[in-house]
Design a protein around this ligand. Sequence first.
Ligand SMILES: C[S@@+](CC[C@H](N)C(=O)[O-])C[C@H]1O[C@@H](n2cnc3c(N)ncnc32)[C@H](O)[C@@H]1O
Length: 272
Amino acid sequence: MKVSVALSPLADLRAAIRVATFPTLKAVWANPTLLFRPASLSRVFFGAVWVAFAKPTDEGGRGPKLSLLPHATGTVLDLGAGLGHSVGYFDRKAVKVYVALEPNEMMHAGIRERANAAGYHEEDGSLLILRPCGAEDLASIKAQLDGAGVRVDTLVSLLTLCSIPNPQQTLTRLVREILAPGGQLLFYEHVRSPLRDVAWWQGLWTPVWRVAFDGCCLDRPTHVWVAEMTDVNVATGESIGMWSEQKLWGKEGEPDEHLFWHRVGRFVKHSG
Ligand SMILES: C[S@@+](CC[C@H](N)C(=O)[O-])C[C@H]1O[C@@H](n2cnc3c(N)ncnc32)[C@H](O)[C@@H]1O
């Protein structure tokens, strides 16, 4: 494996430190208790990184998103919505309600701005920005969705499943308990590489990367977990396959030897 590929996260880390150090120090000055709350500090740091890099990252993922997000229909729940870049890819006639789940409240104004520009508004119920919670906070998500009287037809995750805690359990519960029968899971994620040397470097970088970037792990085989997901037949208690349809593809032009190796997936839940 090329040394330049193995060490590529160094350049990203340097760029992140350049853009996020000053805003992070400012936040610590305003609230020194952040120094004793590493997870919150990492969130502030990542928030500043994302303000600078969300647009180029969106542009870099335009191809996969154009092949994926026009499939979204009905009510969409966007896990880790960031600054709301997904909303511009939806077919406004097919996606009636956009629900954004974003634990980092610093990003909510950006979500609102982009959603409004795409024709989604809180006033008419077509936009719902959940009170800050993580994808793992199922009780809070359910309560907020029930309160708004919506059911989720499409679950979207763009570059977020790398960051959620207990990813396999969290995602399985989201699909089982929140996604409607016949609904879709649409994802675009960087995942663990099938190449052993690339996967080794992903594992090596992850402990550093996750501290700087709000829990982001480079070494999760998310696409495999999704494909293997099962449900429970309520009548018999037996384990059954979760999906009635599944399609997995890559990012065009992306080399196999890449620490950020992407998979794109459209999975349709069985209809009950
Ligand atoms: C790399 S950004 C991607 C943002 C957006 N999906 C996009 O593609 O533009 C990852 C997002 O996941 C969010 N995130 C971090 N931990 C999370 C959690 N536990 N549950 C849901 N989202 C989380 C971050 O705040 C961040 O907005």
